[in-house]
Ligand binder design. Structure first.
Ligand code: MG
Ligand code: MG
Length: 253
């Protein structure tokens, strides 16, 4: 049987990478204000990661089938854009919903995390979507202990979002992470309890609910980013976690 468990030394590297990531993310969240451009945030992320002696994991990353290598340190996805937004000269405006996604590579240990940041004042509905999506991530993490299954994680995420009447977007998933940015297994944001692969202590996964206020359908834009098909607002949260007996360890918190 194939196992995804990682060696202790590698887990240590990924843990350190996650610490650099969470510190960087904290600074990015604080810097994301009306009038700041996505490129400025990208430059700040690059600088902080370099200063910490690590490398941006997204920069130059080229998944199988992609037209080009990824040109930036962060993904910056605004409003209807869900993920993979390429940082541009766009200046953030009051009322925007910004998703920052970031990967860090420290000596071959890779971590991946994302947050949704409200810029200035946003609507109550949008606030609820953001809150529910973050809650869904933590419900997924609660379900992610050794002996449970990938279906338990997906089910916990799905239930949390459905209860609030929001949508989980189609076709985008979490994944294994650590040695590469994207590894097996695929971690769906939907699922049935007790179904799918059994989780083992030592596995490292990126859980990442991606949601919308409207449709679950997505479209791919010219810069390869994914957006909601009906233009509705989306949210995204992600953590890299280590599966253990009992509660998982969040490596990017
Ligand atoms: Mg990510
Ligand atoms: Mg990811």
């Amino acid at each position: 049987m194939k196992t995804y468990q990682k060696a202790l030394e590698q887990i240590g590297k990924i843990r350190h990478s996650g610490k650099i990531l969470s510190k960087t993310m904290k600074m990015l969240k604080a810097a994301a204000l009306p009038g700041v451009s996505l490129l400025e945030l990208d430059r700040l992320a690059y600088k902080l990661i370099k200063e910490a002696g690590a490398k941006p994991a997204f920069l130059g990353y080229r998944p199988y089938g992609a037209k080009m290598a990824y040109p930036a340190t962060i993904c910056a996805s605004v409003n209807n854009v869900i993920v993979h937004g390429v940082p541009s000269k766009y200046f953030l405006e009051d009322g925007d919903i910004l998703k920052i996604d970031l990967g860090v590579n420290w000596r071959g240990g890779i971590s991946d995390s994302a947050v949704t940041v409200p810029i200035g004042r946003i609507s109550t509905k949008e606030e609820e979507l953001i809150k529910a999506t973050e809650m869904a991530l933590f419900e997924g993490i609660k379900a992610a202990c050794a002996g449970n299954t990938l279906g338990d994680i997906g089910n916990a995420i799905e239930k949390t979002i459905n209860k609030k009447g929001f949508s989980i977007v189609d076709g985008l998933t979490g994944h294994g992470v650590g040695n590469e940015l994207h590894e097996d297994p695929v971690v769906y944001n939907t699922g049935k309890p007790k179904m799918g692969m059994v989780l083992e202590a030592g596995m490292i996964l990126a859980l990442e609910p991606m949601t919308s206020l409207g449709t679950s359908s997505i479209v791919q834009l010219a810069d390869d980013s994914y957006a909601t098909a009906d233009g509705s607002i989306s949210a995204h949260f992600e953590h890299t976690i280590l599966i253990r007996e009992g509660e998982a360890e969040i490596l990017t918190e």
